[in-house]
Design a binder for this molecule. Structure first.
Ligand code: GDP
Ligand code: MG
Length: 177
């Protein structure tokens, strides 16, 4: 975390999307507070969390928006996407269905979000390797075809979480900065 007295150069809004229970809220908890909750419940009322960090020598405040469970009913509103310059599209690599739904979320993003939004596909729960249902090659191929960045993460053991957020922020900075 950066000294708060320093001047913030950029505020970047990033939205988390993807099926319910893929680990969106835990990825955010890990990134913003270095926390993980085994029995996470849908957080109600909290719209976003922020974390200030250095990206390419600039002070960037990442404002990361999490759903409050509306994704379960496909009821994420356009207000959620408004002003977003980045999106983390998350699936659970131990749940094939959550990967099969990625195309739907992409459609939703392309309909509601800004045209040059940076999208990163995230295969979360890499700690559940023995239960893997989505081969990494499938995800890579899909990401390549759709022009998405891609990374596998674990909110539980923290693998690649910081790195995923840093990558998307760096890509956003390249476009916006
Ligand atoms: P959301 O509905 O997408 O926000 O998902 P949550 O963050 O609430 O997580 C759903 C469930 O998956 C919870 O029981 C979490 O503890 C669990 N979970 C989240 N991330 C991981 C992870 O990286 N590994 C494992 N094994 N479980 C996770
Ligand atoms: Mg959640």
């Amino acid at each position: 975390q950066v000294n708060l007295n320093q001047k913030i150069d950029y505020v970047f809004k990033i939205v988390l999307v993807g099926d319910s229970a893929v680990g969106k809220s835990q990825l955010l908890a890990r990134f913003a507070r270095n926390e993980f909750n085994i029995d996470s419940k849908a957080t109600i009322g909290v719209e976003f969390q922020t974390k200030t960090l250095i990206v390419d020598h600039k002070i960037v405040k990442a404002q990361i928006w999490d759903t409050a469970g509306q994704e379960r009913y496909r009821a994420v509103t356009s207000a959620y996407y408004r002003g977003a310059v980045g999106a983390m599209l998350v699936y659970d690599l131990s749940k094939r269905q959550s990967f099969d739904h990625v195309a739907k979320w992409l459609e939703e993003l392309r309909e509601h979000a800004d045209n040059n939004i940076v999208i990163m596909l995230i295969g979360n729960k890499s700690d559940l390797g023995s239960l893997r249902a989505v081969p990494v090659e499938d995800a890579k191929e899909f990401a390549q075809k759709e022009n998405l960045f891609f990374m596998e993460t674990s909110a539980l053991d923290a693998t690649n979480v910081e790195s995923a957020f840093l990558s998307i922020l760096t890509e956003i900075y390249r476009i916006v900065g």
